[in-house]
Design a protein around this ligand. Structure first.
Ligand SMILES: [Zn+2]
Length: 425
């Protein structure tokens, strides 16, 4: 299981690549691909997946006894993570150096991106057969091509007191020495794609930490890696669904959304009509009416899977007084009455019962009242999906650092929880 997670962490270098990894694994397991805008002829007992805009994906199993107004059980995670993204015209040149112009995506800890070997990956749009038929291709440089060098302490004496980094001036990845070519990155990108530079119309490229994930600790009890938020959850959702055979009734589904780190309110984010459209298409394909579809939705359950904050050994004062979680202590069950975590009583009760019944280690998590937290896609999705919602995930240290830390045992607990989630009647 951990080997599989390591592979996802290493290869999931952009939201597009993460969705692709899930698609490949589902396809190998016999899930059949559907097109989002196609007419669906689904079978009971069938397993399917559908991609949306390249970086979001839904996979589902229609259980054998699926019938009128039965609910969906949905495990959801996000495919994106905070990072730098290349701007449309990326090449810059100054002081004898060349580099790329990048913008900050989401909320990374900026100083953790300095002095690292960085690469780039994502999706490129190329000139196609016609204006409305451009070609899209995934690309991953797969080798270190950028770095953002720190200023030496000798000329930056206060650096250890904490220095504010400017998102434009300081977060400028260096790529080469300047030369005759004024667009060396665009040249390199065309070479990588074996295409002409003028055929590149657009790209959605993430700068990523090229260093590999590593098991860490005297007993390898930790995992240090980029992108733990939220590939741990993506992988647990895929593993849990594939562990099958699932229930007899209803539909078991995973929903992997892009754009959680920037608020989810986009067409491929959790704050869109995408999930409900997919659910409706499933019901309609079995001949159910619009009202049946709605009733199915109202009988469904949404499990939002995303990482939580583990208690930091040097800063225990940042954790709540009675709801603290630690690495390798089990899955964090998250709750917040202000609904940054969407957990409600019915859903929380169901998840806690599952953990108790199957001996899955879990911990109760809440934020300290005077320390705000980030939100997850759960609260945003719940306003659309209108179904009981709970929030779970593995605890991390250094969330949103270029390299985060987790406990290996927690991934096992999370995967077991997802497996039981889709097996329990
Ligand atoms: Zn997250």
């Amino acid at each position: 299981m951990i080997k599989g997670l390591l592979r996802y962490l290493e290869k999931g270098v952009s939201p597009f690549h993460t969705a692709e990894l899930a698609a490949e694994e589902l396809s190998r397991a016999g899930f059949q691909e559907l097109s989002l805008e196609g007419s669906w002829q689904l079978q009971k007992g069938g397993c399917y997946y559908v991609r949306a805009f390249g970086s979001s994906l839904f996979a589902f199993r229609v259980n054998r006894a699926f019938g009128y107004c039965q609910g969906f059980r949905i495990g959801a995670a996000h495919t994106d993570w905070p990072c730098l993204r290349l701007k449309t015209a990326p090449d810059w040149e100054k002081e004898g150096y060349a580099g790329i112009n990048a913008e900050v995506y989401g909320g990374p800890i900026l100083n953790t991106w300095l002095d690292r070997p960085l690469s780039a990956a994502g999706r490129v749009t190329l000139r196609g057969e016609g204006c409305f038929k451009p070609e899209t291709r995934l690309v991953d440089f797969g080798r270190p091509i950028f770095t953002i060098p720190n200023l030496a302490i000798h000329v930056n004496h206060d650096v250890n007191k904490g220095v504010e980094l400017n998102k434009q001036a300081d977060m400028a990845p260096l790529a080469a020495l300047s030369g005759d070519d004024k667009e060396p990155f665009m040249t390199a990108l065309a070479k990588e794609l074996h295409c002409r530079r003028e055929d590149i119309l657009f790209f959605e490229l993430s700068v990523y930490d090229w260093e590999k994930p590593a098991l860490l600790g005297l007993k390898e009890e930790f995992l240090s890696s980029p992108r733990l938020d939220n590939i741990t959850s993506v992988k647990a959702c895929v593993d849990g669904l594939l562990a099958g055979p699932g229930r007899d009734t209803g539909v078991d589904m995973i929903a992997l959304f892009d754009h959680e780190e920037i608020g989810s309110r986009t067409k491929q984010g959790a704050g869109s009509a995408l999930l409900t459209a997919v659910m409706e298409k499933i019901c309609l394909s079995f001949g159910y009416t619009e009202e049946d579809c709605l009733n199915s939705r109202l009988k469904s359950f949404f499990l939002s899977v995303d990482v939580g904050h583990g208690k930091h050994p040097s800063h225990p004062e940042k954790s709540d007084v009675t709801n603290q979680v630690r690495l390798n202590g089990g899955v964090a069950l998250k709750a917040e009455s202000n609904q940054k975590y969407a957990t409600d009583g019915e859903a929380f009760g169901a998840v806690r019962s599952l953990c108790d019944q199957y001996g899955i280690p879990y911990q109760l998590f809440a934020n300290r009242s005077d320390v705000g937290s980030g939100s997850t896609l759960g609260s945003i999705a719940s306003s659309f999906t209108v179904m009981p919602t709970a929030e779970v995930g593995v605890p991390l240290l250094a969330m949103h650092s270029a390299r985060e830390l987790m406990g290996v045992e927690d991934q096992k607990a999370l995967t077991e929880l997802l497996t039981r989630f889709w097996a329990e009647p």
